[in-house]
Design a protein around this ligand. Structure first.
Ligand code: WT7
Length: 669
């Protein structure tokens, strides 16, 4: 038997929790008076009802929020557990719900999408506005284009596009004819694109000649060409549709390749939505996971639509007069659920920005908020920590008074970053919704309802009505308050993944075997005495110091609460005495001088904030941390660096390879 690997966490559920946060922010009165959910007593009653009968609750949501061509009579069918079926005997079309039903009202002439491109020309950035009526026309035509290329209900279409309106048009066009989209983020390599295309067996790829990111051109069509020829290519692909975005020169395969604008010009108008059964597949999305072969997470139509429609309205408090900006790319689930389907199903106006936050300068986001008068803004903690590192100058130069609600997703938000977001971006005026969810959950599961709930920095608060989340030990027993354990969801919910595409067994193994029969999220969490859920980080990243299991989140939060620190990631390295010793990788704020004195100060700071147990053995300063393209810190790589001094594992999902190079020669204490 080989010795246990001390760099790997021990598989037990107790996670020692040491972070204490006592700041709390009640909803501001002027926000609460006009919120969708504003009456605490009514919300309490709603929660009780939803907990008593989640299926009945979600049936009501499905009936109220969606238009069905054939109403459903069955709520949940769990007979094929863990593969759920919701509303299975109903029929609907999601494009109809996102477009046609609004076009039968005054909203036909309301803006659905306001898009801004990254490059700034003499006349400013390019801005395109599509009303609901115009978006519907485009979607009808592109649905007809797909049909003319032989795409029928159930066929897969791969979308490899920049963040341009055509991405939303293509998604909705697939939904309109029952085709299944698989969006592959435009930053992924030819290899990643080929693997995903082959796994899904896509018939058509929709791409662009190029796109813009950080001031440079991404040659997307070249990547598609490579994916289709090298290493066996992608034999299922019959056609490639190319949007002309950047005007760069591209290779052309006659018969296979088609210009978007030419096919659109020739397409008939008015294609009717094709009603599909509620359990008809809507999309496959490959998880950006930090380890292992990507999984094609499958979502279906009716349950997903109900979940994202209701959560978009309740959590973001969407109103007709809002301009909602979710900064995610459509390559991630956030872009599916809260750029496209959730907001559009509610008839909201969505802002879409093609590019990077630092182009041409570090104030681009705030310039956009000011010029377009964005009211609800939703972004990731990793972006916020970057903005913190850049300092306040790019922000205070802009009028952000249009903002009324802020949100975050993707990682635990350290309380220090939360408070910074609240004060510097929100002007102390805007509630912050910290939304916990996953590609697999389809939509938000844990988040505050901003009109009624007190927000506490660092916690996504409590599960939404109809979501039965819990913190349990390995046997599935609930743990008492303030004991860290496994975050699970006990009852099926309508937006949950249905399976892993082509691998039912893997779905069951990954999500329903750690705690038999119950959905395990992969995250560690604890519940405090008020019932708020604190995410402690991925269970696989948990540290084990002298027999105590410590979540990465708490040590990182303690580090980020120091005024000189913008971002931190901690990992364990083997230690003969304590089992694991904590190594912290720290990115300083702008202008901070690093070196041993600061390292010593930070160690002392962690000891003071959360205790000697969490005191890092080693602090390394770095100007950037290795992240996935969706912004998650790749602690696995840092663990290898801290343990072996070099990285040998898979780095294909890494956003910026330069970061690793720099970390190897980092300014070590
Ligand atoms: C994982 C899911 C959901 C869209 C973006 C990420 C972490 C997500 C939070 C949050 C703490 C969070 C979890 C989760 N996570 N939101 N508000 N607080 N952690 O989707 O790539 O599927 O990642 O992101 O670890 O399991 P994803």
């Amino acid at each position: 038997m080989s010795a246990p690997d001390p760099t790997r966490p021990v598989a037990n559920q107790d996670i020692t929790s040491i972070l204490v946060e006592d700041r709390a922010f009640a909803p501001p009165a002027d926000f609460a008076v006009r919120a969708h959910l504003a009456d605490p007593a009514a919300v309490r009653a709603l929660r009780e009802r939803a907990t008593a009968d989640p299926v009945d609750f979600w049936c009501e949501v499905g009936r109220q929020d969606l238009r069905w061509t054939k109403p459903f009579t069955v709520g949940l069918d769990w007979s094929d557990a863990p593969h759920a079926r919701w509303f299975a005997d109903g029929e609907l079309n999601l494009a109809d719900n996102c477009l046609d039903r609004h076009c039968q009202t005054w909203r036909r002439h309301k803006a659905a999408l306001i898009w801004e491109g990254e490059p700034i020309g003499d006349g400013g950035p390019e801005i395109r506005t599509l009303t609901y009526g115009q978006l519907l026309e485009q979607v009808q035509k592109f649905a007809a284009v797909l049909q003319s290329l032989g795409v029928a209900a159930g066929d897969r279409v791969c979308l490899y596009l920049p963040l341009i309106p055509e991405a939303a048009v293509a998604m909705l066009a697939c939904a309109r004819i029952g085709a299944v989209h698989s969006v592959v983020f435009g930053g992924f390599s030819a290899e990643a694109l080929r693997d995903r295309t082959n796994d899904a067996g896509a018939k058509v790829i929709v791409t662009a000649d190029g796109g813009y990111r950080r001031g440079s051109l991404l040659r997307l069509k070249d990547v598609v060409d490579q994916a289709l020829v090298q290493h066996g290519g992608a034999p299922s692909v019959e056609h490639v549709v190319v949007v002309r975005r950047a005007g760069n020169e591209i290779a052309w395969a006659p018969g296979r390749d088609h210009w978007w604008h030419e096919r659109m010009a020739a397409a008939p108008a008015g294609l009717a939505p094709v009603p599909v059964p509620a359990e008809h597949p809507l999309f496959i999305l490959y998880t950006s996971g930090t380890t292992g072969k990507p999984k094609g997470i499958l979502h279906t139509t009716g349950g997903y639509a109900a979940h994202v429609t209701r959560t978009a309205r309740w959590v973001f408090d969407l109103r007709d007069e809002d301009l909602f900006w979710c900064t995610a790319d459509v390559g991630w689930v956030t872009g599916h659920s809260y750029v496209v389907y959730g907001p559009l199903s509610n008839g909201a106006t969505v802002l879409m920005y093609e590019g990077a936050p630092a182009f041409p300068a570090k104030d681009r986001f705030w310039d956009i908020v000011q010029r377009h008068r964005v009211t609800v803004f939703y972004t990731a903690p990793t972006a916020l920590r970057t903005f913190m590192a850049w300092g306040e100058a790019p922000i205070v130069a802009h009028d952000l008074s249009s903002l009324r609600l802020l949100g975050t997703v993707g990682e635990p938000i350290n309380p220090a970053a939360w408070v910074w977001y609240h004060e510097v971006i929100g002007g102390g005026r805007c509630p912050i919704v910290d939304t916990w969810w996953q590609t697999e959950t389809g939509g938000i599961l844990i988040a505050p309802l901003p009109g009624v709930q007190t927000c506490v920095p660092g916690t996504a608060t409590v599960p939404l009505p109809g979501i039965v989340a819990d913190v349990v030990d390995n046997a599935g027993h609930p743990l008492p308050a303030d004991v860290g354990g496994l975050l699970v969801v006990r009852h099926p919910w309508p937006g949950m993944a249905r399976t892993v595409w082509g691998d039912r067994e893997r779905y069951k193994q990954t999500y329903f075997s750690r705690v038999p029969g119950i959905y395990f999220t992969g995250d560690g969490a604890r519940r405090d005495r008020h019932g708020n859920f604190w995410i402690l980080g991925r269970v696989d990243d948990v540290l084990n110091v002298a027999g105590h299991r410590i979540g990465t989140m708490e040590v990182e939060s303690a580090l980020v609460s120091h005024p000189d620190v913008a971002e931190a990631a901690v990992v364990g390295r083997p230690d003969p005495v304590t089992g694991q010793a904590i190594v912290a990788f720290v990115t300083p704020r702008a202008g901070v001088v690093t070196g041993p004195p600061l390292g010593e100060a930070l160690r002392g700071h962690v000891t003071k904030e959360i205790g000697g147990l969490a005191r890092p053995a080693e602090i390394r300063f770095a100007l950037g941390l290795p992240k996935t393209r969706s912004g998650k810190i790749m602690r696995r790589l840092l663990r290898e660096l801290a343990t072996q001094g070099t990285v040998t594992g898979d780095t294909t999902t890494l956003e910026d390879f330069g970061v690793l190079e720099k970390l190897r020669v980092t300014d070590e204490e």
